[in-house]
Design a protein around this ligand. Structure first.
Ligand SMILES: O=c1ccn([C@H]2C[C@H](O)[C@@H](COP(=O)(O)OP(=O)(O)OP(=O)(O)O)O2)c(=O)[nH]1
Ligand SMILES: [Mg+2]
Length: 178
């Protein structure tokens, strides 16, 4: 077993499918959403009003700040999938090129880096999430099974100066500190 995908325990028997490549030479394994959810449009915030307020150093109301935080933060779309691979490999999560064009959806982190030691971590079992922002003018419904991104396995290289780190990965999304 060199590399591949498994369904995380909490999604067992829920009809989650393993990522697959769409054509003979596609590099990316298409990842689907594990849930139905709504990605709110960032414009919903009444963006111009907030920019205006910031520009003029006006005080934002608590309601405006709550609304801003809710809409402006990237959403994590669960995939119900974990990936195992060799220690010198990484899974790169990339957007589908049709997402920004047709659905107003971008990855705010540019690409996602899924480390081999994320697999089966004690916090979330290594479930892969796809970070998304909806810059379209409408809220977007994501349905379970919709393809949202693609994962590409790659080897990575180590720099000469390095003393091998000893820490074990406990989770993701800032688990190693600031
Ligand atoms: O789009 C992504 C990006 C990351 N991850 C998971 C897998 C990865 O191994 C872990 C850590 O990612 P990264 O190193 O990019 O984020 P960080 O902010 O540095 O978090 P940490 O301190 O946990 O390394 O989070 C995802 O599920 N999706
Ligand atoms: Mg990190």
């Amino acid at each position: 077993m060199k590399r591949g995908f498994q369904i995380v325990s909490k999604y067992k028997n829920q009809g989650i499918k393993l990522p697959k490549r769409a054509t003979q030479n596609s590099a990316g394994y298409d990842f689907a959403s594990a849930v139905d959810m709504t990605l709110p449009s960032i414009w919903k915030l009444n963006f111009l009003k907030v920019l205006w307020a910031i520009h003029h150093q006006d005080q934002l109301t608590d309601d405006q700040i709550t609304a801003a935080k809710k809409v402006l933060k990237p959403y994590l779309i669960p995939t119900g999938i974990k990936a195992y691979m060799q220690p010198n490999e990484v899974l790169i999560i990339a957007n589908r090129s049709s997402n920004p064009l047709k659905r107003g959806m971008i990855l705010p982190n540019g690409i996602g880096v899924i480390d081999s030691d994320y697999y089966n971590n004690p916090s979330n079992e290594g479930e892969i999430f796809v970070q998304m922002v909806n810059f379209g003018i409408r809220d977007r419904k994501i349905h379970k099974g919709d393809r949202i991104g693609q994962g590409i396995f790659m080897p990575y290289l180590i720099a000469d100066h390095e003393i091998k780190p000893k820490a074990k990965r406990q989770s993701g999304f800032g688990s190693t500190g600031k």
